[in-house]
Design a protein around this ligand. Structure first.
Ligand SMILES: O=C(O)CCC(=O)C(=O)O
Ligand SMILES: [Fe+2]
Length: 370
C-alpha cells in the first residue's frame, strides 16, 4: 500500500464567478484530477465561522454516547453514525470506518429537520447559517464549471435551487480518533482505514480541514481500478496557499458521481479515502498524533432532477462519443456502484438511494420527509 508524493492540485480564486478564464481553469482541474482547492479568501466564509463550526463539531463528538444515540442516523441519511457503522468500501474492508459522523439534512428557516442533542440546540442557527454559506459557495463553483463547459451559467444552479424542491444535500461533521486513542486500538494498517475508498455520490463536495490533521488520499489516474498502490496524499495546506490572504486552509472541492454521470464521465469523480498518515503510524514517533476533524458539504441537485440526458455542452457530447468512457461506464466505486449503460433515466434521488442502501448496516427506518 505504497503512498506516493503529495499531489499538487490547483488553488482557484472564486471571488469572481463570472470569470470565464477561472471557469476554464476549474474545468481543467475537474477533468484531470476531479479535485481542486478554492482559496478561503473569495469564498463566502470567514476564518472565525470555520473555526466556530469545528468547535461545535468537537463539542458534539465529546458528548456521552447516550446523548449521541438520541440522534442516531436514519434512513433519510440524517443523524449520527458511530465508530465502524459505515463501510464505504465493503468489497475490501474488514471492519467499518474508524470514524464517527453527524449528518445534517436541509435546514428550514434556520431550523434542522431532525432530532439533535440538547447540547447543540443553541448552535442550530449557526450550523444552519454555515450550511447556507456552503450552498452559496457551491453555487459559485457550479457557475464557474458551467462557464468552463460553455453552457448557460445558471444551468446547474437552477437545478440545485432548494426553493424549487427538496435536495439530498448534507452537511457532515466527521471525527477520526487519533491512532493513540482507545477507539483506534484494533486498527491494523494493512487492512483497516479511517474511511474506506469511495467516490462521493452528489455533484460537488466541499471539504474543510484543520491544520496539522492530514489523512486524505486520492487514487491517482494511473490506477483507477481500486488497487491500493497509487494513493497520493492531499495536503491540508497546498504549496503556495499559506499567504496572509489565506486565514484558514483552502476548501478542497471534488466532483461527485452524479456530476460525472451527468457529464458523460468528462468530469472525474475521483476515488479517495482517509488514512492515518505514515508519520503517525510509527510507534516510536515522538510527535503526538492528532485526532482528525473535518467538515464536509455534499451538494446535491433537487431530488427530481433527471441526470439523463447529459449536460448540453459540446465538450460533454464529445466525451459521450468517446466509446472508452461509455463502455467503462461504472457509476462510482464501492458500495452501490452501478452501471451507466443500464440506465435510460435516473433522478438524483434514485441515484442517492441506490448508493446509500449499500453502505450502512444500522440505519433506523424513518418515514421519508420528502
Ligand atoms: O474527512 C475527510 O477528509 C473526507 C471524508 C469523505 O471523503 C467523505 O465523507 O466522503
Ligand atoms: Fe468522500
Amino acid at each position: 500500500m505504497a503512498s506516493t508524493n503529495p499531489i499538487q492540485l490547483p488553488v482557484i480564486d472564486i471571488s469572481d464567478p463570472s470569470n470565464a478564464a477561472t471557469g476554464r481553469e476549474m474545468l481543467d482541474a475537474a477533468v484531470k484530477y476531479g479535485f481542486f482547492y478554492v482559496h478561503g479568501k473569495g469564498s463566502d466564509f470567514t476564518a472565525a465561522q470555520v473555526d466556530s463550526t469545528f468547535d461545535i463539531s468537537k463539542k458534539f463528538f465529546a458528548l456521552p454516547k447516550e446523548e449521541k444515540e438520541t440522534c442516531r442516523i436514519r434512513t433519510d441519511n440524517r443523524g449520527w453514525s458511530g465508530m465502524h457503522s459505515e463501510i464505504l468500501d465493503p468489497e475490501h474492508q474488514r471492519t467499518g470506518d474508524f470514524k464517527e459522523a453527524l449528518n445534517f439534512g436541509e435546514f428550514q428557516d434556520g431550523k434542522p429537520q431532525q432530532p439533535l442533542p440538547t447540547a447543540l440546540h443553541s448552535d442550530e442557527a449557526e450550523i444552519g447559517h454555515f450550511a447556507s454559506l456552503c450552498n452559496k459557495t457551491c453555487a459559485a463553483v457550479l457557475r464557474l464549471l458551467a462557464l468552463g463547459l460553455e453552457i448557460d451559467s445558471e444551468y446547474f444552479v437552477t437545478r440545485h435551487d432548494a426553493s424549487r424542491g427538496a435536495t439530498g444535500s448534507i452537511l457532515r461533521f466527521l471525527y477520526y480518533p487519533s491512532i493513540s486513542s482507545p477507539a483506534s486500538s484494533t486498527y491494523q494498517h494493512d487492512i483497516d482505514v479511517r474511511a474506506g475508498a469511495h467516490s462521493d455520490y452528489g455533484t460537488i463536495t466541499l471539504l474543510f480541514q484543520r491544520p496539522g490533521q492530514p489523512g486524505l488520499e486520492i487514487l491517482t489516474a494511473s490506477d483507477t481500478e481500486g488497487n491500493n498502490n497509487n494513493w497520493a496524499p492531499v495536503p491540508v495546506w497546498p504549496e503556495g496557499a499559506t499567504s496572509e490572504a489565506d486565514e484558514f486552509p483552502p476548501i478542497l472541492i471534488n466532483i461527485g458521481d452524479m456530476l460525472s454521470f451527468w457529464t458523460n464521465g468528462l468530469l472525474k469523480s475521483t476515488i479517495h479515502r482517509v488514512v492515518f498518515p505514515h508519520a503517525e503510524r510509527d510507534p516510536a514517533a515522538t510527535v503526538k498524533s492528532p485526532d482528525r476533524y473535518s467538515v464536509v458539504f455534499f451538494c446535491h441537485p433537487i431530488d427530481n432532477c433527471n441526470l439523463v440526458p447529459p449536460v448540453p455542452s459540446t465538450l460533454v457530447a464529445a466525451a459521450g462519443a468517446d466509446q472508452k468512457s461509455v463502455e467503462s461506464g461504472k457509476v462510482g466505486f464501492g458500495g452501490g456502484a452501478g452501471l451507466l449503460s443500464e440506465r435510460r433515466s435516473m433522478t438524483a434521488k434514485e441515484y442517492l438511494n441506490m448508493r446509500l442502501s449499500a453502505t450502512y448496516d444500522d440505519r433506523e427506518e424513518v418515514a421519508s420527509t420528502k
